[in-house]
Design a protein around this ligand. Structure first.
Ligand SMILES: Cc1cc2nc3c(=O)[nH]c(=O)nc-3n(C[C@H](O)[C@H](O)[C@H](O)COP(=O)(O)O)c2cc1C
Length: 213
C-alpha cells in the first residue's frame, strides 16, 4: 500500500511530514512579530485538560539572552544560529484559570453558576489532592501546544528543533522563571541553512496494538 493511499488533508499531512528537527539555521534572519504571534496563537488552539491552557511561552530573541541560553543548552549550535528560541513552559497552577474559564461558560448561558462551582471545586480537588498531578498536567498539556507551535512554524515556512537538552535549574534561575512554571522544552525557530537529516521511524505495526496487549 502507498504511504498515503487514503483520502487525506494533503496540506496538513505534508506539513507534518516536512517537519524535522533542524539544527543549522541561516543567521541574521528576523521573524516578524506578527508571525511569532500567529505561531503562538495556533499553539494555543491546542486542547487542554478542562481547557485550563497550562502553557506559557517565553520568546527569546535578544542576542545577549540567546547567548545565555546557548550556554544553558550545553552549547548546542541551533540555539545560536536560529532567529528565536521559544521556551515552552508548563503551568503547575493552571487550576487558577478555572474560575475565569468556567465563568465565561456561565456568562454565555451554557452552564449554571452551581455547575461552575462544582467543576471548579473538582479541579481544585484534583490539584490539591496529589503531588504529581499538577506537574504531570503541566508537561502533558504544554507538550500538545509545543507540537502545534512546531507545525504552525512549518506552515509559515520556518523550521524548528525541540530541545530537552538544557540545564533546567540554570534556565529557571537565569530567566527569572516564576516557581509555578516548569520548563518543558525549548524550540528553536528559524530558516534552515541545511536540509535536516531525515530520521527513520519504527513501523506502524510496531507502534500500534489493537484492542488490548
Ligand atoms: C522532547 C524532545 C527533546 C529533544 N531534545 C533535543 C535536543 O536537546 N537536541 C537536539 O538536537 N534534538 C533534540 N530533539 C530532537 C529529536 O532528536 C528528534 O525529534 C528525533 O530524532 C526525530 O527527528 P525529527 O524531529 O527530525 O523527525 C528532541 C526532541 C524532543 C521531542
Amino acid at each position: 500500500m502507498e504511504k498515503h493511499d487514503i483520502k487525506t488533508d494533503a496540506g496538513l499531512f505534508r506539513t507534518m511530514e516536512e517537519r524535522h528537527s533542524v539544527k543549522s539555521y541561516q543567521t541574521g534572519v528576523t521573524i516578524p512579530d506578527t508571525e511569532i504571534r500567529s505561531m503562538i496563537e495556533m499553539a494555543t488552539e491546542a486542547p487542554s485538560s478542562w481547557n485550563l491552557q497550562h502553557w506559557k511561552f517565553l520568546v527569546v530573541d535578544d542576542e545577549e539572552q540567546k547567548e545565555k541560553l546557548h550556554r544553558i543548552a550545553y552549547g548546542q549550535n541551533q540555539v545560536k544560529e536560529c532567529s528565536v528560541v521559544i521556551a515552552v513552559l508548563g503551568d503547575t497552577k493552571a487550576n487558577e484559570h478555572a474560575d475565569r474559564i468556567f465563568q465565561e461558560a456561565v456568562d454565555k448561558g451554557l452552564i449554571t453558576e452551581a455547575v461552575k462551582e462544582k467543576i471548579v471545586n473538582g479541579i481544585n480537588g484534583a490539584y490539591n489532592g496529589s503531588e504529581t498531578f499538577p506537574r504531570d498536567e503541566a508537561f502533558l498539556n504544554a507538550s500538545l501546544a509545543a507540537m502545534q507551535l512546531m507545525l504552525s512554524a512549518r506552515g509559515l515556512g520556518y523550521d524548528t528543533c525541540p530541545m530537552g537538552g538544557f540545564d533546567r535549574e540554570a534556565f529557571v534561575e537565569e530567566f527569572n522563571v516564576p516557581e509555578r512554571y516548569v520548563p518543558v522544552m525549548l524550540l528553536t525557530v528559524g530558516v534552515r541553512a541545511e536540509e535536516p537529516r531525515i530520521s527513520s521511524r519504527l513501523s506502524v505495526d510496531e507502534a500500534m496494538v489493537r484492542n488490548t496487549f
